[in-house]
Write a protein that binds this ligand. Structure first.
Ligand code: GRF
Length: 193
């Protein structure tokens, strides 16, 4: 905390495509004492439920159609530059950022994934975890590089699987863990910037 006393809060951008429950947990965290603020939200989906929250909280947002990837990423980069964003937190963002975007964004890009990486990269994690009769699952916050769900792991939280868990119940348990670790990890990074 002390490091940032008298300094401006670090601006972060949250990228979403849907529900936005992680966005909500991050915003809620900033309502307590935090060293960052959600400066803006970016989405590739105009109907993303999380955008309603951005509106309610009066957070600026940008919706971009990713049909033309290059153009879309250029618009996003410009938007982020204008807002002095230093950290991007991907939270259920369903587009894969290009190598060029990652290179051109002069900040930190994070992602949260609903499995204990490096296991179960990609989609449908809970279904695959249950099919493999795993005893534990969990979530991972990691740095983003050009390979899907493969950047340096920063933090993980384990969740125990019960015999009667379904994809739905497991996703609920994991999501609860996500909401705990994501804002805390962002805060920790801000303290070290
Ligand atoms: C979360 O499970 C996250 O781990 C994954 O996508 C989901 C997004 O959920 N990357 P929400 O939109 O934050 O509710």
């Amino acid at each position: 905390m002390e490091k940032l006393i008298g300094k401006k809060k670090i601006s972060i951008a949250v990228f979403i495509s849907g529900r936005g429950s992680n966005l909500k947990s991050i915003i809620n965290f900033t309502k307590r004492k935090s060293n960052f603020k959600v400066r803006c939200v970016v989405s590739d989906n105009r109907s993303a439920k999380g955008l309603e929250l951005a509106k309610k909280e009066k957070i600026k947002y940008l919706v971009v159609n990713f049909k033309k990837y290059n153009q879309a990423e250029n618009r996003v980069l410009k938007f982020l530059q204008n807002k002095n964003v230093q950290i991007i937190a991907l939270a259920g963002f369903m587009k894969i950022l290009s190598k060029l975007f990652i290179k051109r964004f002069h900040g930190i890009i994070l992602n949260i994934h609903p499995s204990l990486l490096p296991k179960y990269k990609g989609l449908n994690t809970h279904k695959r975890v249950l099919e493999n009769k795993e005893r534990y699952s969990g979530c991972t916050v990691h740095l983003v590089n050009e390979k899907l769900d493969s950047g340096k792991i920063l933090i993980q939280k384990k969740v125990k699987i019960s015999n009667n868990d379904t994809s739905k119940s497991l996703s609920k348990k994991v999501l609860k863990a996500e909401h705990l670790i994501y804002p805390k990890t962002i805060e920790r990074i801000c303290l070290n910037l």
